[in-house]
Design a protein around this ligand. Structure first.
Ligand SMILES: NC(=O)c1ccc[n+]([C@@H]2O[C@H](COP(=O)([O-])OP(=O)(O)OC[C@H]3O[C@@H](n4cnc5c(N)ncnc54)[C@H](OP(=O)(O)O)[C@@H]3O)[C@@H](O)[C@H]2O)c1
Length: 321
């Protein structure tokens, strides 16, 4: 089968289309003939080698979510899965391929009315956004900042926060055009990447920050938390925060601030499945919008990554084998 691996860490030029043996399925797994493969910001983070400390090596087969049809089931898996159209989380590898395997506990049937491309566009991002907002204990009427809102996690977080009754949904993004699109999804105020430029009515402080970006500017957003504010670090698309960022929290002792990390790995599988299943149904009814930036052939994965690196992507790029 055709697949895309990281030949060398670094730029998108290090991605390579290769022929690999068709995988498994092993015990407890299903094999899926992929129809759509989600390209996430996390794939770019892995490709750059940022997560090499977590055991990722060159030669790694990228990709964490796919949708398609189950073609084989492993030992211990109900045969009724065979032939079903599903979405699946493959972990942090194995998705950029014509055939992928996933643990049956990470597989969800697609509802009628939801295509494979939309399923991988919402997919894991909607779940991350849901539980990150819960981790930040966002309450109705409160002000939330979604930092890095133009990615798939941010787009879901903006919609969920707006629907959940946030008093204001503030976003950071890199252009007015992207800001206008985020307003259509529920953002009430648009800031630039540095957190400036929102106009006179923009909130000066936030109760909750959902941060997909990380990087050197984390301290300036910590400074804008209101008393009792909660900062939830969800992603590191701009790299890790500066080593001494925690001192800002200590310096602001009297504000009773919270800095939290959030990983959906800590959410029990059945809880993730329940939320994803509800979100798929909402997406099929048009209540939750999926934003597809572009659909490209699997063989053009490097082009997808170049577009991500150039900051051109709004929403998600999807690969089709
Ligand atoms: N916590 C979890 O459970 C979990 C699960 C999956 C993934 N993740 C993490 O989430 C991240 C990917 O999320 P995603 O796919 O939604 O993000 P993304 O699309 O890669 O990036 C989101 C947005 O951030 C902005 N951005 C990019 N680089 C920036 C920079 N240097 N400074 C400021 N803003 C920048 C861009 O928007 P503008 O150009 O409009 O500013 C971009 O659209 C990864 O770090 C991944 O590890 C976390």
């Amino acid at each position: 089968m055709k697949a895309v691996v990281i030949r060398t860490f670094g730029s998108a030029d290090g991605l390579e289309v290769v022929d690999l043996p068709v995988p498994g399925p092993g015990p407890g797994q299903v094999r899926i003939a992929t129809e759509a493969v989600g390209v996430g910001g996390v794939d770019a983070v892995v490709r750059r080698g940022t997560l090499a400390g977590y055991g990722f090596r060159e030669g790694h087969l990228l990709g964490s979510e796919v949708a398609g049809r189950v073609t084989a089931v492993g030992e211990g898996v109900d045969a009724s899965w065979r032939g079903r159209r599903v979405w699946a989380f493959t972990g942090l590898s194995g998705g950029y391929a014509e055939q992928a395997v996933a643990a049956v506990g990470d597989v969800l049937p697609l509802p009628d009315g939801l295509g494979a491309v939309d399923a991988v566009t919402l997919g894991g991002s909607g779940v991350v956004a849901h539980f990150a907002l819960r981790h930040g204990r966002l309450a109705p009427g409160e002000t939330v900042l979604v930092r890095g809102a133009a990615g798939s996690i941010g787009i879901a977080a903006v919609q969920l926060a707006a629907r959940g009754g946030a008093g204001a949904v503030v976003v950071t993004t890199s252009s007015a055009g992207r800001g206008a699109r985020l307003r259509e999804l529920g953002a009430t105020h648009v800031l630039d990447r540095a957190g400036e430029g929102g106009g006179p009515d923009a909130p000066s402080g936030f109760d909750v920050v959902i941060d997909v970006v990380g990087g050197p500017q984390v301290p300036r957003f910590l400074d804008r938390l209101r008393p009792g504010g909660r900062f939830v670090a969800v992603g590191v698309v701009a790299g890790p925060p500066p080593a001494d960022f925690g001192m800002r929290l200590v310096d602001a002792f009297r504000k009773s601030l919270t800095f939290a990390t959030f990983s959906s790995d800590t959410v029990p599988g059945p809880d993730r499945q329940a939320v994803l299943s509800a979100q798929f149904a909402e997406a099929a009814r048009g209540e939750l919008r999926t934003v597809v930036h572009q659909v490209l052939p699997l063989s053009e994965a490097a082009r997808a990554h170049r577009a991500m690196d150039a900051g051109e992507v709004f929403g998600r790029i999807v690969l089709t084998p």
